[in-house]
Design a protein around this ligand. Structure first.
Ligand SMILES: [Zn+2]
Length: 174
């Protein structure tokens, strides 16, 4: 079921017009869709609060003020939900792009890095170890394949950055 339909069913539930069959369908969607589940809980809370309020005498214009309160509440929850989701995705995308970039640089410039270590007398011992390690790696993995892997990681980094930019753009246009 689509979220739009689920939303309609939630409205019907609010009006106490949801059939048993529809309730089952809605329930199975809520089980798999966090967004609609969130919506449903918000509405259900409102419904409960309205039921409590119904026991009191409603002042004039009460209905309108309730509706505007509900609208504000829904908007706030909606924004909160999307903000959190976008932030988490951004952080993940950025960390991945940094991670992939570092691996790319390490693989593609391994020769320069090793030379740097060997020329630096303070850390030449580490340089020897790294050279030994990379030589062993070359023994297992062909240099061409290793370069391809480097380029692949570079592409992954670029994809992550593009996704990040796309996400930022989408957020701004909303
Ligand atoms: Zn949904």
């Amino acid at each position: 079921m689509e979220c739009k339909k689920a939303e309609k069913y939630i409205m019907k539930y609010m009006d106490n017009e949801l059939s048993e069959e529809e309730a089952k369908v809605l329930n199975s969607h809520i089980m798999v869709c966090d967004f609609c589940k969130n919506d449903f809980y918000i509405y259900d809370n409102i419904l409960n609060e309205l039921n409590i309020l119904e026991n009191f005498e409603a002042p004039i214009d009460f209905e309108n003020s309730v509706i505007s309160k509900i609208e504000k509440l829904i908007e706030r929850e909606y924004n909160k939900y999307h903000f959190v989701n976008n932030t988490i995705t951004s952080v993940i995308l950025l960390s991945f792009s940094i991670f992939f970039s570092i691996i790319t640089l390490l693989i593609l410039f391994r020769g320069n890095i090793i030379t740097y270590f060997l020329n630096n007398s303070y850390i030449s011992e580490q340089g020897q170890i790294i050279k030994q390690l990379t030589n062993n790696t070359f023994f297992v993995v062909n240099s061409t394949i290793l370069n391809s892997i480097g380029i692949l990681f570079g592409l992954l980094a670029i994809i992550c950055v593009l996704q990040f930019i796309f996400l930022k753009r989408k957020k701004h246009t909303k």
